[in-house]
Design a protein around this ligand. Structure first.
Ligand SMILES: Cc1cc2nc3c(=O)[nH]c(=O)nc-3n(C[C@H](O)[C@H](O)[C@H](O)COP(=O)(O)OP(=O)(O)OC[C@H]3O[C@@H](n4cnc5c(N)ncnc54)[C@H](O)[C@@H]3O)c2cc1C
Length: 271
């Protein structure tokens, strides 16, 4: 059906972004295609070292999934920051990724956790790494007749933490930072990965900051250097929630906070 409308149709999943856009006439497609009754697209399951989440899985299903809770605690934690109970009951992982809001928590989680996004279209199925999926604000590699069918997350054994600044809890974030660290035997950290949302036209993995932090004990100097590297890699913009300057001001503060939380969780025995 998407092919028939040649880019002038929109899929309806949870409707939490599409319906407001239609109501405000910001989007006027020729057709709306409801995918909610396609069977088999809303599963959450473990499979050979992966957690596979169907595109139609609701945020609330992810939030309460024991598989996600035990294998991907960072995703369980992050999803609770999205909207309110009503939004989480309807919104879907596939809709969130396809919508590609630069402040979206799911996009950040997919990047931080190195997810693979499975896309299907008339010419078959392809798998796209999350780091290659987002091209810009509300813009992805999806072709007009393609849809997201599944998101696959690899199992990991990292200590994780997340922090975000929003004007109110559940609002779209001003800035968000996720951290994943692999502990070393000497009390330090073998690798640390930071992913940042709200600070650029798309969420990003802060490669330079991650390099600064890996093979350290996360001393204050390393944390400060990582915060500065995140600011260098960011390209914040002004919007109704915050100015670009305020976002740049917040970023190192949230880097410090999230890394402090990650250290605390390690001491408490969390993975
Ligand atoms: C009050 C409110 C607060 C919110 N707060 C937040 C927040 O804090 N953080 C946050 O990240 N989001 C927030 N949202 C947005 C919410 O997360 C949306 O659910 C999400 O952006 C879109 O998911 P959906 O399933 O509702 O998709 P829909 O609204 O149905 O669709 C969104 C877009 O994706 C396309 N699409 C849907 N499914 C697919 C698919 N499988 N393949 C390809 N394209 C598809 C649609 O055609 C449409 O263009 C909020 C929304 C509301 C109403």
């Amino acid at each position: 059906m998407l092919e028939r409308y040649q880019g002038n149709a929109r899929l309806l999943a949870g409707g939490q972004s599409l319906v407001p856009l239609l109501n405000m006439r910001l989007m006027q497609p020729e057709a709306v295609i409801d995918i909610n009754r396609i069977p088999g697209l809303d599963g959450v399951r473990e499979d050979n070292g992966w957690v596979r989440i169907g595109a139609l899985a609701r945020y609330s299903a992810i939030e309460w999934s024991p598989v996600v809770g035990s294998r991907l605690p960072l995703l369980s934690e992050i999803v609770r920051y999205i909207g309110d109970r009503h939004v989480r009951t309807r919104g879907t992982i596939g809709g969130s990724l396809a919508h590609a809001d630069p402040t979206g928590e799911i996009a950040l989680a997919a990047l931080a956790l190195d997810a693979t996004i499975v896309v299907r279209g008339p010419s078959g199925t392809r798998e796209v790494a999350a780091r290659e999926f987002f091209l810009g604000p509300y813009f992805t590699v999806l072709e007009p007749a393609e849809m997201v069918v599944e998101v696959r997350f690899p199992h990991h054994q990292m200590v994780t933490a997340f922090a975000e600044h929003a004007r109110r809890h559940g609002d779209f974030c001003v800035i968000s930072v996720a951290a994943l660290g692999e502990p070393a035997g000497d009390g330090g950290w073998k690798t640390v990965r930071l992913a940042v949302g709200g600070a650029s036209h798309r969420p990003f993995v802060a490669e330079a900051a991650s390099a600064v932090l890996s093979n350290t004990a996360l001393e204050p100097d390393a944390i400060a250097a990582a915060g500065a590297a995140c600011v260098d890699a960011a390209d914040p913009t002004d919007d109704i929630r915050a100015s670009a300057d305020y976002r740049a001001h917040l970023l190192p503060i949230y880097v410090r906070r999230v890394l402090g939380e990650m250290k605390t969780r390690r001491r408490q025995g969390a993975t």
